[in-house]
Write a protein that binds this ligand. Sequence first.
Ligand SMILES: [Zn+2]
Length: 301
Amino acid sequence: MLPESVASLPKAELHLHLEGSIQPGTVCALTARHGVTVTGDEVRRRYAYQNFSEFLETFKWVTSLLRDPRDYALITHDLAEQLLSQRVMYAEVTISIGVMLLRKQRPESNFEAILAAAEPEAAKQCASKSIVAFGIGGDELSVPTKELRPVYEQAAALGLHRLIHAGEIGGPEKIREAVELLGAERIGHGIAAINDPALMDLLADRRIPLEICPQSNIRTGALALQLRRVVARIEDHPLLALFRHGIPIVLSTDDPAMFHTTLLNEYEHAHQLGMTENELLRLAQMSFDFAFERKNSRTAV
Ligand SMILES: [Zn+2]
């Protein structure tokens, strides 16, 4: 069981998708709002995947239910409550602008609704409500990294931090390219690094964190893919090896509702993988240390 000193600690979460945090009950509320009947059981069936592309299909399905700013307000309120109940004091929440544009929505209106919904919770104890970073997720193999360079240059010129999902289902070269070509400051997942010792050294030396989401990697089949196995289990996750190599790790849930997990659950996994109490405390601190909005950081433990 997770030591109480770790469980009770205030936490930060840096790799978290708003659209992946919609609990089945809320999905039903959204569908009812739009005149469609979907049962909780049906949502739970959809929230199970054989592979990464099936997960992306469900992600697209769930985002198709987000049709106006009120929907975004509803899911933001729910996520804020989930975070506060776990003592998550700081969260960097990814919002998929691409799906809004695809559906001809005004991202500005949705964003206003998101901020207004987060405000009462933020007033309690959450931190920043501003846009701090630009990132790309999804099928990392669909576009050569160098083609993303202009958009990352624009993001940097706007003063945004740069993130990317890399080495989730792609190879270690995708991580290296993200760092070298795009100036990525944190890597989403990056578990492919385990297959490239020189890259592990580079990430450790340059203090580039991996946003590790263990349950996500199991549920999407990404870990099995990286380990070249049919099935991978939590016990097979390279979290501990990457951490003990000196690579900064920020532990996260990715899409907690869609992967049936919570941040506390992920700390349980880290503990189960053999992390000592001291290592778990360091791990929790790292999510504050590598946050882009630092003024609310806790002091070191
Ligand atoms: Zn993600």
